[in-house]
Structure formats: structure tokens, C-alpha cells
Ligand binder design. Structure first.
Ligand code: AMP
Ligand code: GLY
Length: 422
């Protein structure tokens, strides 16, 4: 099987690395890929348009296209590839609205009985402000469209909520903020659930937990994710049973009732707390950096499961995951998630790999023969072992070999899981 992976972040490094090691796969290409992907012997290339992507898939006789990020999914790359006859892992533009519009997703959840926070959707500032005045704080303000993870404000005071609404309508998130969703604050512990879905079958794959805040102890501003571990122990058998009954089966029934096509992974953001299990959001792709942990645990049947999802035969797939936990520690550029300096040479990558950790690249580039930092989140140092403690020891040994000017990471990844392990 020849596979084309679309994207060039840490998630795509993890996906293409796992696919390359799958005995069913003869070749993997990544577009645009990154220097870490290339160093794993995977061909990276630029495909700037949908037409160029289709032409490449034809020329190389690609058997499966795996689309990593939400932006090409929402832009309909899946539709264009499918129209040209290629099996695609990832929904078309319509299905991608489940992530691309929070109002669309909320409407889907409510109509199909999926438990979620009570909310209102507003197209003008005055009615949004009136809703806040009526409901008070804490309250959560969300820009409707894609905002690279920055469009959500969990407001602990009414003033914060008012400011967030004003920002949205003033254009802080461009067109994504011209409609806002305001919802009830939910307390509890967050977890991510990943399920494959081809429109006929839904298959619970694995769970993970992210660390969204930049600082140890879950402090400081939100980021795209500073580290993950899988599985998420908060998703015990009782929570899993609720998810199967109230989330996954209702999601599948909702797709069918709405005639909404969906072939890919549905990544469900859960809040588990005093109100029970509630959905925060849908994403229509694998998580980043959750995938880095997941791929350490996916032992066999990955290419087959993705192809079967893409071709409507998911019921026959048999993906095998290891019970051993995996962790991923993100190394970021100094200043992230604010402004950061880039272009600094990164040292110690080989020494880190020698510790047994797998280093996934996210924001790196090759400059004059040197790997340098180019993004906010730069590397994901990942390991699996019989216990979370052991996996963390390997990952942090890897982290400690790597340096560049300003590099930093959180030192408390997986603290919840460690506390439970004790
Ligand atoms: P979302 O993109 O909708 O997942 O929101 C981003 C983050 O905001 C989530 O991961 C939560 O940490 C937080 N969040 C979103 N919705 C709520 C809510 N209703 N109550 C509390 N926190 C929330
Ligand atoms: N790590 C969160 C996300 O991928 O959306």
C-alpha cells in the first residue's frame, strides 16, 4: 500500500512514522512533511493546491490519503481527492463542519441527544452581551470558526466574558469570530476520546489527555498542547460505557439521520465532572500532540484500519493497541505561546534518540545543514513503557539531551496519571 500523509507537524510525523513501520505499507509520502519525517526515510514534497495533490496521487498510484490537519479538511481536500477516485481518511468539507463551526457542532449534539453544555449562539454583540448579563459568570465564550485553538475564553468574571465577546465582534479572530457561542461553564477533568468512523460503524480506538496550559501545575495561558499521555485513566469502564451509549452511538445515528458523510477519526473532547460526562467539542482529525502518544501504542493493523475506514469497511478492521501507557513531552520555543525567536540550532537529537525516546518534529527546519526551531511547539519527545513513571523517565531523559536557545518544556506531564499510579 502506498500512502500519502497531508501535513507537516508533530501529528503527521507520528502518523507517517507508524505507517512506514506497518508491514502492509510499501511507501509513505508526506506533504509538506518536515525534517524529522525526512530523517525517518519518508519522502517529503510540496503540494500547494488540491489539483497538485490529485495529480501527485495519480502519478504515484497512491492507495490511501491520510489528511492530518483541520484546515485542508475544512477546505474540502477530502472531497476533491474522493471525486478523483482516491480513498481518503478524513471527512469532506461538510463533515468537517463538526470542527469548523462550533455552532454547527452544538446544533448536531443537541438535536441528536449528545450530552453537552447548555448554550446560545449569537450573530450580534448586543444579544451576546445580554445573554452574559442574564447568566453571569463563570461562562465560556467561543468564536464559531477555526481559530487555531485560541478562540475559546473560559471567563471567570462577567467582565472577562464581555471583553471576549467584544474581541470576537471586533475581528480578533477574523470571520471565525463574527458568530459566537456562549455556554455554561463545566467543571471537571478533560479527556480526549478517538474513534474511527466510516458512517456505518464507529470504533472506539483510544483515549488520551492533553496539557493545554503552558506552565507546570496547569498555569499560564492556553497553548496547542504541551504534552500528552495515553490512555487517560479518568476514562474508566463506567465512563467508557457512557461514551459508547450516549456519545458514540448517538454520533453515528446523527450522521445517518442528517445524511452527513464521515470517513475518518472523530476526536471527542470530554469534560468529566459534577454534571457527569459532557461533550466540549468535536475535532475531525487526530489530536496534536495526542497522536504522538497514540502512535506509540498502536501495535498493528493501522494502515488496514485507516484504509477500511476510508472505503466504508471499518466493521472488518482489527486495530491492536498496547496496554502500555505512552507519554509525549513537548519542547517549545522560549516565549511560546506569545512571540518567540526562531532559527536557533538544535543540538542533542541523536543523543535523545539513544535514550529510547522517539523525537517527533513539529516546528523545525533544515538551515545550512542544521536543524533549527521554526515554530512555537518544536519537538515532541515520546516514549512508552510498562508504567507511566517509566515512560516519563525515558521521555525526560530524552528531553534533557536536547537544547537550543530558549527551549523549555513542562516538567509535570501526566501528573494526574502518576498520582493515580501511586
Ligand atoms: P474547545 O476548543 O471547545 O475544546 O475549548 C478549548 C478549551 O476550553 C477546552 O479544552 C476546555 O479546557 C475549555 N472549555 C471549553 N468549553 C468549556 C466549558 N463549557 N466549560 C469549561 N471549560 C471549557
Ligand atoms: N491537542 C489538541 C488538539 O489537537 O486540538
Amino acid at each position: 500500500m502506498k500512502v500519502l500523509v497531508i501535513g507537516g507537524g508533530g501529528r503527521e510525523h507520528a502518523l507517517s512514522w507508524r505507517l512506514k513501520n506497518d508491514p502492509q505499507v510499501s511507501a509513505v509520502f508526506a506533504a509538506p512533511g518536515n525534517p524529522g519525517i525526512a530523517a525517518d526515510g519518508i519522502s517529503c514534497l510540496e503540494l500547494k493546491t488540491h489539483e497538485a495533490t490529485v495529480a501527485f496521487a495519480r502519478a504515484e498510484k497512491i492507495d490511501l490519503v491520510v489528511i492530518g490537519p483541520e484546515i485542508p479538511l475544512c477546505a474540502g481536500l477530502g472531497d476533491d481527492l474522493r471525486a478523483a477516485g482516491f480513498p481518503v481518511f478524513g471527512p469532506g468539507a461538510k463533515g468537517a463542519q463538526l470542527e469548523g463551526s462550533k455552532a454547527f457542532a452544538k446544533d448536531f449534539m443537541v438535536r441528536h441527544g449528545i450530552p453537552t453544555a447548555a448554550s446560545g449562539t449569537f450573530d450580534d454583540e448586543a444579544s451576546a452581551l445580554a445573554f452574559i448579563a442574564k447568566n453571569g459568570a463563570p461562562i465560556v465564550v467561543k468564536a464559531d470558526g477555526l481559530a487555531a485553538g485560541k478562540g475559546v475564553t473560559v471567563a471567570m468574571t462577567e467582565d472577562e466574558a464581555v471583553a471576549a465577546v467584544k474581541d470576537c465582534f471586533a475581528g480578533a479572530f477574523g470571520a471565525a469570530g463574527h458568530r459566537v457561542l456562549i455556554e455554561e461553564f463545566l467543571d471537571g477533568e478533560e479527556a480526549s476520546l478517538f474513534a474511527l468512523c466510516d458512517g456505518e460503524t464507529i470504533l472506539h480506538l483510544a483515549t488520551a489527555q492533553d496539557h493545554k496550559r503552558v506552565g507546570d501545575g496547569d498555569t499560564g495561558p492556553n497553548t496547542g498542547g504541551m504534552g500528552t499521555y495515553s490512555p487517560a485513566p479518568v476514562c474508566d469502564a463506567a465512563v467508557d460505557a457512557i461514551c459508547e451509549r450516549e456519545v458514540l452511538s448517538r454520533f453515528l445515528a446523527g450522521l445517518k439521520a442528517d445524511g452527513l458523510e464521515f470517513r475518518g477519526v472523530i476526536f471527542i473532547g470530554l469534560m468529566i465532572g459534577s454534571k457527569g460526562v459532557r461533550l466540549l467539542e468535536f475535532n475531525v482529525r487526530f489530536g496534536d500532540p495526542e497522536t504522538q502518544s497514540l502512535m506509540m501504542r498502536w501495535k498493528s493493523g493501522m494502515a488496514d484500519a485507516l484504509l477500511k475506514t476510508a472505503t466504508g469497511k471499518l466493521k472488518d478492521a482489527k486495530p491492536v493497541f498496547s496496554d502500555e501507557p505512552a507519554v509525549c513531552v513537548v519542547l517549545a520555543s522560549g516565549g511560546y505561546p506569545g512571540d518567540y525567536a526562531k532559527g536557533f540550532p538544535i543540538s542533542g537529537l541523536e543523543a535523545a534518540a539513544a535514550t529510547g525516546a522517539k523525537v517527533f518534529h513539529a516546528g523545525t527546519a533544515l538551515k545550512d545543514g542544521q536543524i533549527v526551531n521554526t515554530g512555537g511547539r518544536v519537538l515532541g519527545v515520546t516514549a512508552s513503557a510498562p508504567t507511566v513513571r517509566q515512560a516519563l523517565d525515558i521521555a525526560y531523559r530524552g528531553v534533557d539531551k536536547i537544547s537550543w536557545q530558549g527551549a523549555f518544556c513542562r516538567r509535570d506531564i501526566a501528573w494526574r496519571s502518576l498520582a493515580r499510579e501511586k
